[in-house]
Design a protein around this ligand. Sequence first.
Ligand SMILES: O=C(O)CCC(=O)C(=O)O
Length: 263
Amino acid sequence: MNRYTDDEHEQFARDFERDGLVVLKQHFSQDTLHKWQAAFRPLLAARIANQATAVRGENRHYITLPFMGLFADESIFCDPDVLAIVERVAGEDPVMCQLATDTPLKGSTYQDIHRDTPALFDGEAETPSFQLAVNFPLCDVTPENGPFETTLGTHRMDKDEAMQAYERGELPLHSIAMQLGDVMIRDVRALHRGTPNNTEEPRPMVVIGYSRSWYFRPEVQIDVPRDIYQSLSARGKRLLRHMPQVEDAAALADSENYLKFAY
Ligand SMILES: O=C(O)CCC(=O)C(=O)O
């Protein structure tokens, strides 16, 4: 059920157009996220032990989540408010192409400022959004455990111009503190970086990627077990329509193949 009205969705979309992101406070069930957190902990440990993560910097791991069990949760990836805002900024009938986590650990460092995707057309920065990340943490995010830092409004700027403005000190970085349950929707073209986690506890941040209906990102995918696909709602099936289907959950990869992140 929607938490927000159409007018409020419109307001979020306007804020998104200006800033390149919006945060929905206390949107997802903390109870559900505590379960994700408990399920993620052994997955993180196993992937690190097997060196089966994409390393995104010192002590910083990107891990695709298996699309099964509690991670294949329509209350999360089909959330009607999130999708209403996604559709307002990136067009109707989007596709879902990514379900993963970014986790800085103690000893992580500042990332270089980057974007997660190149411009759609060379030399044409001023295009509407085509690739969004929906982020939500599996813990509270504080100044101590590595908050995401981002510029505002650079999603609609030429990358070189944005970088030069940043280097001239004209574009401040905003540190996004979040509580468990908060959800951020962002355009991945905004200049941003990960920051150090100075605590003993990992700081997992889930990322769900939604693209414009016709946009294909070969560098990411979600392997969807066929029986799980069959059990989804019409909306869930439609979002995952371009994702490969695998015979069963045992066939889900336990290695990481997403390696090129920064543009
Ligand atoms: O996890 C974060 O805070 C940001 C990570 C990030 O931007 C990246 O790895 O590309």
